[in-house]
Ligand binder design. Structure first.
Ligand code: CAO
Length: 538
């Protein structure tokens, strides 16, 4: 065991940047790359990751401090003698540490302004390309000031605001949130405002110049280390422009929380992780009428009193799903029904298709059949393909059939959605499903891959179990749990016993929308389609 100091790595030309969050606590075991602190300049927030795994023994700084390269963040005890803080100056070249994208402080303070509308492009953002646009901060027709944020982009460790090079009127926006951009991509067309026209030399270019304070990005190398140390505060217009660290923004986005609605207690009106957590808590309490439930608080137990323990933080995905599952469990009055489908013939057909599907590069399991059968049953029972509005006053009927499938991914449970399952054949569904599973397991799923589902299938069949009670995935009104198929002795129509492959199904529904009789009919229809897949053709 060695105790080492972890220092602020190379963050480019910046010094005295604000520590806005300390993301770990003393005694905590951190993995390599876990965010230790979050720092902020006026245009960007950066997470500084741990160079190696270890236990936090002492934290040297606190939120509100100012730090520069080489300042000690904390002391980490590690079995693995890490090299990072022996040579802090080199650390940025070996780990994912934020460095600054180009924007020279030495350039003229006032950017050049053109006389006619011109394209404003993504300026030099260091070595990065294809970064995510997470917010478009202006709208067509809007008058923007010089330095107003036009778009916000994000890497896995930093959020950057790209400012307007001059004051003007937005003519046309060339991209949208969710797009990926690289240096030189057109953001929008900007017509200079009259005042800026008057003062602008005729020959100026609107293209972003190094005078723009393009903020830091997380980089593997420390090569790009010139950023304008502008004192201009970032503009905060619109709901999406609340100040927050990349982690907080990411979580808010995935939970679909508008950060501008969150009560910010951080310095300069910044939304902290704790602010977001209390917002979620308040929302859940308000939504579930928790005060009326009279629940007692969760027990706070000092487990160390009973024996040796270690603690580990929940992953981001686990935090998101736990908040959602908790809400769904508390708010939805569930009923769960059980059925067994005779899939003897379906399995014979599936096995007969194995060679063909393998030729197409696909592994055909029972799940695509389940998706197809669910799609057909949703068509037959439109109530099952509906949602309650958030105020609970209307039922939204859907004329599309998108089915989510729960996937056990390394960082937690996720539910990617297969689109238009009613219109697709088995192989297309299989291809989409396998693509989504691969994305889920390599951390490449995007928010939109998980939105818009009408109904969810949770299949534990490959693992075992004879039955379970799945939790409805709000705002959907039904979820199918699938357990392991087993050969069972079953009496046929002639009263004879025959071995049949039986698939246990469990259907949970939102009883506010679906009554028991309808749920029985739905699960019976599903069992029928799986028992005789010819019904899926009709
Ligand atoms: N009964 C018996 N065998 C089954 C089966 C079932 N219900 N479902 C699948 N199998 C078989 C498959 O046919 C395959 O065998 P073959 O190779 O011989 O064909 C084998 O089990 C392995 O299947 P798989 O795991 O590769 O693929 P899948 O399509 O069955 O499942 C997925 C994919 C992503 C749904 C699954 O891996 C997964 O992540 N499930 C977790 C769901 C979950 O955690 N839900 C939450 C529960 S409550 O919180």
């Amino acid at each position: 065991m060695t105790l080492k100091e972890v220092k602020v790595p190379d963050i480019g030309d910046y010094s005295n940047v604000d520590v806005i969050e300390v993301d770990v606590s003393v005694g905590e075991d951190v993995a390599a790359e876990t965010t230790l602190i979050t720092v902020e300049t006026d245009k960007a927030t950066m997470e500084i990751p741990s160079p190696y795994a270890g236990k936090v023994k002492e934290i040297v700084l606190k939120a509100g401090d100012k730090v520069s390269k080489g300042d000690v963040i904390l002391k980490l005890e590690s079995g693995d003698a890490a090299k990072q803080d022996e040579a802090p100056a080199k650390s940025a070249s070996t780990q994912s540490v934020p460095t600054q994208a180009a924007a020279a402080a030495s350039s003229p303070a006032t950017p050049a302004t053109p006389t006619a509308a011109q394209a404003v492009k993504v300026p030099d953002i260091g070595d990065y390309s294809n970064v995510d646009v997470i917010e478009v901060n202006v709208s067509a027709g809007e008058n923007v000031a010089a330095e107003a944020t036009l778009i916000t982009v994000e890497t896995d460790k930093a959020t950057m605001e790209i400012p307007s090079p001059y004051a003007g009127k937005v003519k046309e926006i060339a991209l949208k949130a969710g797009d990926k951009v690289s240096e030189g991509d057109v953001i929008l067309q900007l017509a200079p405002s009259d005042t800026s026209k008057a003062s602008a030399p005729a020959s100026t270019q609107p293209e972003p110049t190094p005078t723009q304070s393009v903020a830091p990005v997380a980089a593997e190398t420390a090569e790009t280390a010139k950023t304008a140390d502008t004192a201009t505060p970032s503009k905060t217009t619109g709901s999406g422009n609340a100040m927050a660290s990349p982690g907080v923004r990411r979580l808010a986005r995935e939970l679909e929380i508008d950060l501008s609605q969150v009560n910010a207690t951080g310095s300069k009106g910044r939304v902290t992780k704790e602010d977001l957590n209390s917002h979620i808590r308040n929302r859940m309490q308000a939504g579930s009428g928790d005060s009326g439930l009279g629940l007692i608080a969760d027990p706070e137990v000092d487990f160390a009193k009973f024996g040796k323990i270690t603690t580990k933080p929940l992953s981001r995905v686990q935090k998101i799903s736990s908040a959602n599952l908790h809400r769904n469990w508390v708010k939805i009055p569930h009923i769960t029904l059980f059925e067994a489908a005779d899939i003897t013939d379906m399995e014979a057909f599936r096995k007969a298709q194995k060679a063909k599907s393998a030729k197409l590069g696909l592994k055909l399991t029972p799940v695509p059949f389940l998706v197809k059968a669910v799609a057909k049953a949703l068509h037959d029972f439109p109530n099952m393909n509906s949602s309650l509005t958030a105020d609970g006053k209307q039922q939204v009927m859907k004329n599309y059939v998108h089915v989510g499938v729960a996937v056990d991914a390394p960082h937690g449970l996720v539910v990617p959605v297969i689109r238009d399952c009613d219109k697709k054949g088995l192989f297309d569904i299989t291809r989409d499903f396998l693509d989504l599973v691969a994305k889920a397991r390599t951390g490449k799923l995007r928010g939109e891959d998980m939105r818009g589902g009408c109904f969810t299938i949770s299949s534990l069949g490959a693992l075992g179990t004879t039955g379970f009670t799945p939790i409805v995935n709000m705002p959907e009104v039904g979820i199918l749990g699938v357990s392991k198929a087993q050969l069972k002795p079953v009496y046929n129509d002639k009263g004879e016993l025959a071995p049949r492959l039986m698939l246990p199904l469990s259907l949970s529904v939102d009883h506010r929308v679906i009554d028991g009789a309808e749920a029985v009919k739905f699960i019976a229809a599903l069992a029928k389609y799986l028992s005789d897949i010819r019904g899926l053709l009709l």
